[in-house]
Design a protein around this ligand. Structure first.
Ligand code: NAP
Length: 330
């Protein structure tokens, strides 16, 4: 037990883990249902949109909105209806029996229901030099680090929307942006592909993977391999932005919730998980759509399911009050 755990925990009606569009939409709905949700937002509150620039496809913002500004609005809306938001990371959960237990570094919470909305994190290439030079030219966040590379040659790896979004954003700083993709066809949407392909500062290297990041104190170049003819080469580069997708943040749920073959939380039906009273929403359960708007919709659904579950639980308690002890909820 950690030092701060000595207090007797208050039984929460619903704890929401995560504070991206899914978690904070769940918070808005749960708060409006008078459940006073506790949101354990994570040390880095706001999710992936905090690392994004313009969001042009979130309905209701015809001029677009900056990712962090959108998340501030989500948060203010949830707080307006009584959600309590704490910027702490969840370190462990115990979903084996009720009440459900959620731990942070120095606290232990009990809850009747939990919404898991922990999202996903950037995947790295896992090549020599990448980790050593992280923060010294290697990054996964153009918004955070792009401005360090004014008038430099910047390389972006990946062929999806994220890679193109990063590449387009980085043209504000770099003298030249090179996108390296392992195939000869982009995975990204047409609109993003067309924008990148027609940008004068962006050039493409196809059918190529980065095998090593070169440099002592900072990135000076990359060793590449053409996957068609196997030839290796070196290119000068001042920065490498890796944008090759995401992995779900499910570490603390292993052994507690069923995961699918890719490690995402499995949901047999809508927001339901294999544990009664635990609901899931957003990118931690969705490798297909992964949009802010689909995550928000899933957050709404999870909060409504949690509310229904709590209603049914209350009904069960009322009806069993005079009939001896309650059966375990499992
Ligand atoms: P993604 O669509 O999964 O694309 C990942 C890219 O990285 C793919 O092109 C993949 O190559 C490449 N890749 C994966 N592993 C690699 C490796 N080890 N080495 C080299 N390349 C590798 O991921 P995403 O771009 O992060 O997008 C995720 C979702 O968010 C998508 O649904 C996307 O539409 C959405 N999104 C939308 C926007 C927007 O609308 N503005 C912005 C960002 C993201 P292959 O193509 O060969 O598989």
């Amino acid at each position: 037990m950690h030092p701060g755990e000595s207090k007797k925990p208050v039984m929460e009606r619903v704890i929401i883990i995560g504070s991206g569009p899914a978690g904070l939409t769940a918070a808005v709905y749960a708060a409006r249902a008078n459940l006073r949700p506790l949101v354990l937002a994570g040390g880095l509150y706001g999710g992936q949109l905090m690392l994004t620039t313009d969001v042009e496809n979130y309905p209701g913002f015809p001029e677009g909105i900056m990712g962090p500004d959108l998340m501030i609005r989500f948060r203010e809306q949830a707080e307006r209806f009584g959600a309590r938001i704490e910027n702490v990371d969840v370190t462990a959960v115990d979903f084996v029996k009720h009440p459900l237990v959620v731990r942070t570094y120095d606290a232990r919470f009990e809850a009747e229901s939990v919404v898991v909305a922990t999202g996903a994190s950037a995947v790295w290439l896992d090549i020599p030099g990448e980790e050593r030079l992280r923060g010294r030219g290697v990054s996964s966040c153009a918004t955070c680090d792009g401005a360090f590379f004014r008038d430099k040659h910047i390389v972006v790896v990946g062929g999806g929307d994220s890679a193109l979004e990063e590449a387009l954003f980085l043209t504000r700083f770099g003298r030249r942006v090179t996108l390296i993709h392992r195939r000869d066809r982009l995975r990204a949407s047409k609109i993003m592909s067309n924008r990148a392909r027609s940008h004068e500062k962006i050039d493409f290297i196809w059918n190529t993977v980065v095998e090593e990041v070169l440099g002592e104190e900072r990135v000076t170049g990359l060793r590449l391999r053409n996957v068609v003819d196997g030839k290796t080469s070196e290119v000068q580069a001042d920065a490498l932005f890796v944008a090759i997708g995401h992995t779900p943040n499910t570490g603390v749920f292993a052994g507690q919730l069923d995961l699918d073959e890719r490690g995402y939380i499995a949901s047999p039906d809508g927001s339901l998980t294999n544990v009664e009273g635990v609901f899931v929403a957003g990118d931690v359960n969705d490798h297909r759509y992964r949009q802010a708007v689909t995550a928000a919709g899933a957050g709404c659904r999870a909060a409504m399911d949690a509310e229904k579950y709590l209603e049914a639980l209350e009904f069960k308690i009322e009806n069993n009050r005079d009939r001896g002890p309650l059966p375990a909820v499992s």
